[in-house]
Write a protein that binds this ligand. Sequence first.
Ligand code: 6R9
Length: 661
Amino acid sequence: MSEETPSDQTLANLSREERRFEPPAELAEHANLRAEAYDRAASDREAFWAEQAERLAWDQKWDRVLDWDDPPFAKWFAGGKLNAAYNCVDRHVEAGNGDKVAFHWVGEPADDTRTLTYAQMKDEVCKAANALTELGVKTGDRVAIYLPMIPEAVVAMLACARIGAPHTVVFGGFSSDALASRLTDCQAKVVVTSDGGYRRGAPSALKPAVDEARAKTAENGFSVEKVLVVRRTGQEVDWDDSVDVWWHDAVDSASTEHACEFFDAEHPLYVMYTSGTTGKPKGILHTTAGYLVGSAYTHWAVFDLKPETDVFWCTADIGWVTGHSYIVYGPMANGATQVLYEGTPDSPERGRWWKIIEEYGVTIFYTAPTAIRSFMKQGREIPDRHDMSSLRLLGSVGEPINPEAYVWYRSVVGGDRTPVVDTWWQTETGSIMISPLPGVTAGKPGSAMTPIPGVAAEVVNDEGEPVPNGSGGYLVLTEPWPSMLRTLWGDDERFKETYWSRFNKQGYYFAGDGAKKDEDGDIWVLGRVDDVMNVSGHRLSTTEIESALVSHPKVAEAAVVGAKDEDTGQAVCAFVILREEAGDGGDDIVEELRNHVRKEIGAIAKPRQIMIVAELPKTRSGKIMRRLLRDVAENREVGDVTTLADSSVMDLISSGLASGK
Ligand code: 6R9
């Protein structure tokens, strides 16, 4: 570990974290949102949201801010009419900002770049909207998008929004099975895909998965009508003339004129599938106005966006909700200039991300803890080779960020200048709910801090009563918010049962996460409640033990699960990735780490078993799939791996363990 990394400040455990980072004076002085907003929003929540809704262009204003007459079915800005695509492109062009860069697109192969202005985006969106209409897509029809991170993905989403056809974006890394089940569930009429995309330096095919998925849905009596195919890699594809249409044939020749229709505020905008703990994926439904208000407001407030000067880069895939809210809808509604990158962080070399930041002068950078920890593993030498002084704000999303990873991010990537906003939210919430405000909050590494102005959250016990400061419980949202999910596609009952019935309190949304309030009342999200362990009657959080492990100088990443144990009910099993400079960690590494956890948290948390591994099983958004590790820890056959970003990881772990590595 380098001298600069504050190992001597290593914490005992999360609750004893005492480092604080005040907002830089300059940022505080010019901050978009000030401390007064908290009280203002709390005193009249609806007025506050109505004020935020003024950021959008409306064809017709709403009659009522919130209709909550039939909870949990909310209507926001009822009576209003607008078009999401118009808000994301046309109005910027009409305001004279057509020449402004919307995207600096960076392909994975070196020197494969494109620059797209707002005027060009508007033309592309109009052409694609005309082409989709020509293919038979009508308002209300669903369109699936299965594409790599190329500009056409954004264009296709906005073209759907423009004609009022809800899109469902399926992550390009998902299998044909996953695609087939989503196509069937939402009965998609058209699929937009490409021949392939680039990953880790090589073209990888996408179209065959669509062909397979179509064959599978046909077995269930459902068929997609058309497949619109972007040529990206030039690889060979099978072709069915009755179904397949090239994008360059249908879109390139289409007219750039498209008069957009204005839709009801509650018109469905998209369905995004997210895995449930059991059973089939849930189709989260978001509607137009509330979602757009939520994503635009939070992008402006939490990232302190100054559209004239900032260059924003969110590294999420467009197939994840973060890509929807913080690449497409929020930033584009705000007229931001962004970087959009097709590839992996380490292709062709490990410094690729830092090089992009340097080259495009990125000022605001938003990524996931999993990425940060993998950079920590490689050491700070790689980012240190780049000038990243343009950065002024960093964000984190997807899982709890361990305090050590937060401090590394801030000091190595952010040059000890930049605030880090740890943003808690979900596919279901549509936009950021709990986060520091960069110009107001003194950040605590590892804490998402407080609900942002306009949002009401609590940590409650089993009875739904708020827990006192210093205690843990369940994270709930206690008031409706504009970008909330409206239902699960086609399943109102499951919607009510999953999110609104855990507590006997009308209108309490249960997020499924455990959290704790520290002595100041600030919120620490502890991960999914299903990931809480019970060891000899003590409830232990996986996050807490993982953070203790990551605070050891030799550890880069850790995943902890509870495995059945005859003596203690459950026992702590840890899977650990070492930092590169630690080599194999030495002969006593396992004992050293077990004792480290005992010292940091206590004997009760000392892992029964620690396994040193090369990789951890993660979803594409970086969430560790503990269910699979639990299978390994309990010597079971490993379960369904279809939502893993890399499904070979489990073989690697199992074989590494079998060979005693
Ligand atoms: C945006 C996104 C949602 C779940 C959520 C929680 C975890 C996300 C977090 C976080 C702690 C944060 N999560 N952000 N946990 N701190 N800052 O990730 O959506 O893919 O639906 O996942 O992710 O467990 O419930 P989604």
